[in-house]
Ligand binder design. Sequence first.
Ligand SMILES: CC(C)(COP(=O)(O)OP(=O)(O)OC[C@H]1O[C@@H](n2cnc3c(N)ncnc32)[C@H](O)[C@@H]1OP(=O)(O)O)[C@@H](O)C(=O)NCCC(=O)NCCS
Length: 162
Amino acid sequence: MTDFKITVIEGHHTLSSEMAFVLFELDRLFFPTPWGLESWELLFHEHDRYLITLSTDNIVVGFCLFDKAIGDSFSHLLKILVHPDYRSIGLAFKLLSKAEEDLRVLGCSEFFLEVEESNYAAQKLYQNIGFQIIHRKKDFYGLNRSALIMTKGITPTNKSHS
Ligand SMILES: CC(C)(COP(=O)(O)OP(=O)(O)OC[C@H]1O[C@@H](n2cnc3c(N)ncnc32)[C@H](O)[C@@H]1OP(=O)(O)O)[C@@H](O)C(=O)NCCC(=O)NCCS
C-alpha cells in the first residue's frame, strides 16, 4: 500500500518558490477555478492561512487550504484537490478531517465553503464530513455556473458574524 506523508503549514508563513510552483501546477491542471502563480507565491502574505500537503515519494499529490482569520472562529475552505490518479480512496476525506482537527485546536469551530453545483464528487465529500448546504449563489462562477454554500458547526445561536 502507498505511504502518504502529510505536511502542515499554518499562520503567517513563507512558502518556498518551489512549493508555490508545485501547487500552482496542480491547481492549474486539476482545479475547476485555478489561481495565477502570484496568488500561490503570496499565499501566506498578509493572510492567516492553513495548508496541508499530501505527498508520496516526495511528490505532492494533494492539498487543502483554509483561510482561518475570517471573524473570530470562522474558517473558510479555499481549495482542496487530489491528483486524479489518487482519487476515490479517501485521501480528501483524510485531509479535511486532519485540517478540521487542527483548526479546532487553533480556535476555529465554524467552517464554510463554496462548491460548484455540478461538482458532485466534492459535494459528496463535504456531506460525508458533515457540511450542509445553506444557500445557492446563482452564476457565482460565471454564467450558468452556480455555487452552493455549505457550512459546518454554524448554529443559529452563534450566527452573529457579519
Ligand atoms: C473533490 C476531490 C478533492 C475529492 O478527492 P478524493 O480523494 O477523490 O475524495 P474522497 O475519496 O475522500 O471522497 C470522494 C467521495 O466522492 C465520491 N465521488 C467520487 N466521484 C463522484 C461523482 N462523480 N459523483 C458523486 N460522488 C462521487 C466518492 O465515492 C467518495 O464518496 P464515498 O466515500 O461516500 O464513496 C477530488 O475529486 C478533486 O481533487 N477534484 C478536483 C478539485 C475540486 O473540484 N476540488 C473541490 C472544489 S470545491
